[in-house]
Design a binder for this molecule. Structure first.
Ligand code: UT7
Length: 340
C-alpha cells in the first residue's frame, strides 16, 4: 500500500513581535493576566496593518519555499495544493490559487479548507486520501493565518485579540513505497455545527445580509459583527472534552497506545488546554511540543508551525510516532497519527 510520508516542512512568521506589554498600551490588559490564562508571552503581527504584500498567501509562499527546499523538490513537482485558513487574502477566491500562482506551479488543483483551528488536520487528512488512492504523488498542505488585520484591539475585544497571532506552516506529503518510509496511520475529523456562533466572525456572511442591506455597509455593521467573537469559557470546556476523545480514537484505530507516542502536538489554542490534556494522559514534558508562548494561537497555522519547529529542532526523529490533534470554531475537531 502506498505510504503518505512527510518529505519536507517549513514555516514563516512576520518579523514584528508584539508582547503582552505592547497590547496593554492598546487595551486594558496586562502581562500577568495573559500569561496566567493563556501561557502566551508574545505573538507576531504584520508590522504595518496596511501592508498588502505580507498577506496570508505570502506567508504560505515563504513557508512552502522552505518545505520544497527540504524535500529537494521544485514547485513543478507539486501535483495538488490543500490550503487551510480562516483569514484569506480575498473573501473569494481562496488562497490556494494565489499560492499556485506565487510558486509558479503548473495549473494543478488548489483546494481551500475552511475548518478554522482544525483546518490543518482536515487538510492533511484530505491530502492523505489522495496519496493513498494514488491520485497524486506530491501534495503541498498549508495552514496560514493573518489575524492581526481583523482583531478588535479595544477593551471590547480583549478576551479574543490577546490570543491570536500571524504565521504559516507548510508540508509536502509524498507517496512512497519504501519499506522504512513514514506513513499516516490514522485520522479522524468531527464537527458540531450547533455551536457555530460560540466562536465566529459574522461578516461578510449571507446570513447577515438582506435585500436592503448589501454585504458590507459600514453604517449598518457593528464591531461585534466584523470581529471574531468567542464564548471563551464554553469553548475551553468543550476543548478539554473533545481533545482526549479524538486522541484516543486515533490511537485506537491504529492499534497504538499513549505509551507508544513519541510526540504529541496539540493545536496551540491555549497553553492551559494543552497542559490539561497532557496531565490527563500522563505525558512527560519531552513528549509534548508547545510554542504558543512565542506565537499565540495561529489557528490553522498552529499545528504545522509547531510540527515544523519540532522537526527542525531535532525533537522528532525518523520513525517516531507523532499525534496531531485540534479543536476549534465550528465546532470542529480531529487528529492525525503518523510515523515520521
Ligand atoms: O483556538 C480555537 C479555540 N479557542 C480556544 O480554545 C480558547 C478557549 N478559551 C480560552 O482560552 C479562555 O476562555 C480565554 C483565555 C479566552 C479567557 O480566559 P477566561 O479565564 O475564560 O476568562 P473570562 O473570559 O472568563 O474572563 C475573566 C475576567 C473577566 O472579568 P470579570 O467579568 O471577571 O470582571 C473579563 O472581563 O477577565 C476579564 N478579561 C480580561 N482581563 C484582562 C477578559 N479578557 C481580558 C484581558 N485582560 N485580555
Amino acid at each position: 500500500m502506498t505510504k503518505s510520508t512527510i518529505k519536507g516542512i517549513g514555516h514563516y512568521v512576520p518579523e514584528n513581535i508584539v508582547t503582552n506589554d505592547d497590547l496593554s498600551k492598546l487595551m486594558t490588559t496586562n502581562d500577568e493576566w495573559i500569561t496566567e490564562r493563556t501561557g502566551i508571552k508574545e505573538r507576531r503581527h504584520r508590522k504595518n496593518r496596511n501592508d498588502t504584500e505580507e498577506t496570508t498567501a505570502f506567508m504560505a509562499f515563504k513557508a512552502s519555499e522552505k518545505a520544497l527546499e527540504m524535500a529537494g523538490l521544485t514547485s513543478k513537482d507539486i501535483d495538488f495544493i490543500v490550503f487551510a485558513t480562516l483569514s484569506p487574502d480575498y473573501y473569494f477566491p481562496g488562497c490556494g490559487v494565489l499560492l499556485q500562482e506565487m510558486l509558479g506551479c503548473d495549473t494543478i488543483g488548489a483546494l481551500d479548507v475552511r475548518n478554522q483551528c482544525s483546518g490543518f488536520v482536515y487538510a492533511m487528512s484530505v491530502a492523505n486520501a489522495f496519496i493513498k488512492t494514488n491520485a497524486y504523488k506530491n501534495i503541498l498542505v498549508v495552514g496560514a493565518e493573518m489575524h492581526s488585520f481583523g482583531l478588535d484591539f479595544s477593551d471590547a475585544g480583549r478576551g479574543v485579540s490577546i490570543i491570536f497571532g500571524d504565521g504559516a506552516g507548510a508540508l509536502i506529503l509524498s507517496a512512497s513505497e519504501e519499506e522504512n518510509a513514514g506513513d499516516i496511520l490514522a485520522f479522524n475529523m468531527h464537527s458540531e455545527g450547533k455551536y457555530a456562533e460560540e466562536l465566529c466572525t459574522k461578516f461578510p456572511g449571507s446570513k447577515f445580509g438582506w435585500s436592503d442591506r448589501m454585504r458590507l455597509e459600514p453604517e449598518n455593521v457593528t464591531d461585534a459583527e466584523i470581529y471574531p467573537v468567542m464564548n471563551g469559557n464554553f469553548v475551553f470546556k468543550h476543548a478539554v472534552t473533545r481533545f482526549p476523545e479524538t486522541m484516543k480514537e486515533a490511537l485506537k484505530s491504529a492499534g497504538k497506545t499513549i505509551e507508544d507516542l513519541d510526540m504529541f502536538i496539540p493545536h496551540q489554542a491555549n497553553l492551559r488546554i494543552a497542559q490539561f490534556v497532557q496531565r490527563q494522559f500522563n505525558l512527560p514534558d519531552e513528549k509534548v511540543y508547545n510554542n504558543i508562548q512565542k506565537y499565540g494561537n495561529t489557528t490553522a497555522a498552529s499545528i504545522p508551525l509547531a510540527l515544523s519547529e519540532a522537526i527542525h529542532e531535532g525533537k522528532i526523529k525518523k520513525g517516531d510516532l507523532v499525534l496531531l490533534s485540534a479543536f476549534g470554531s465550528g465546532f470542529t475537531w480531529g487528529s492525525i497519527l503518523f510515523e515520521y
